[in-house]
Design a protein around this ligand. Sequence first.
Ligand SMILES: CC(C)(COP(=O)(O)OP(=O)(O)OC[C@H]1O[C@@H](n2cnc3c(N)ncnc32)[C@H](O)[C@@H]1OP(=O)(O)O)[C@@H](O)C(=O)NCCC(=O)NCCS
Length: 326
Amino acid sequence: MIRFEIIGTGGYVPKKILTNADLEKMVDTSDEWITTRTGIKERHIAREDEATSDMVIKAAEEAINEAKIDREEIDIVIVATVTPDTAFPSASCWVQKGLGIKNIPVFDISAACTGFLYGLIIGGSLIQAGTARTVLVAGSETLTKITDWKDRGTCVLFGDGAGAAILRKTERDAGLLGYTWHADGSLGHLLSLPAGGSRLPASETTVKEGLHFLKMQGNEVFKYAVRYMGESAVNAIKKAGITSEDIKLFIPHQANIRIIQSTCERAGIPMEKTYITIDRYGNMSAATIPVSFRDALREKLIKRDDIVLFSAFGAGFTWASLVLKY
Ligand SMILES: CC(C)(COP(=O)(O)OP(=O)(O)OC[C@H]1O[C@@H](n2cnc3c(N)ncnc32)[C@H](O)[C@@H]1OP(=O)(O)O)[C@@H](O)C(=O)NCCC(=O)NCCS
């Protein structure tokens, strides 16, 4: 068990909403196709001048207020993102500046849609080890800034947002009862951002060829997501020493409603116990789980000592499932 308590959560999505009807005017698609194939109805889009760290700051301020702590009490900031404001400084450095907290270590995690779950494991472990008492873990993404708005296979899927949680050392019987986390880099080519790094630096050619946009072989990714989210959820439940009946709420990563349904079937969790936000947010990558968690708490679907299951899969590939005692 990794012992810690979540004392505050926050979430933020940009104001601008892009509906399926709006997308029908942009690419050859239909509300019917998007709804039945993915479950998405609308998504939020960051402003041109709005970056990943701006959204984290808003989510973090909500979490700090809820936790009723002074921001100076935060010992470490961890931001999970694959769309940082700049390659460097890290998004977490921009967040630290925005929050006005000095003299603490901060770092980013690049694990795509699984990033926030990696962050909970790392943040919780740092508390368990005595390295920190209070850790801010955030997941934030502006995937619409690396979306090819002419590619109907990807542009209908993503939305922007940020979520945050404040983890604190506790004597309570709370934290991660069990978890599994994985990666398989040999499958990375199925979902990637080809240009802009040291392999293929940005050039006139990369821009002309659209290599600065996210590329995905959707149906291949789908197969692995279904298999690995299901498998890891089952294993995390086993490691936690509980059964699926003990789970109060399942909050999965939300890339496709059909992936979620299949994960539920494999893990023996009814859809009624599964929290769905894909219709209103689309796939917000690392932000999906923390924003959904915040929303579920605000709806009072989870109370202290309830058991929550999280499961995610994303680029890398990376995947993880966590059983949290809240
Ligand atoms: C992307 C995804 C929704 C596509 O659904 P799919 O059922 O696999 O569809 P396919 O890619 O096989 O395409 C089926 C057909 O729909 C078409 N199509 C694709 N996008 C479309 C769209 N937005 N509107 C209408 N038609 C579309 C394809 O061109 C194809 O047409 P064809 O049969 O004439 O060639 C689905 O594969 C998916 O969700 N993948 C995983 C996403 C994911 O998990 N991503 C990241 C992990 S976080």
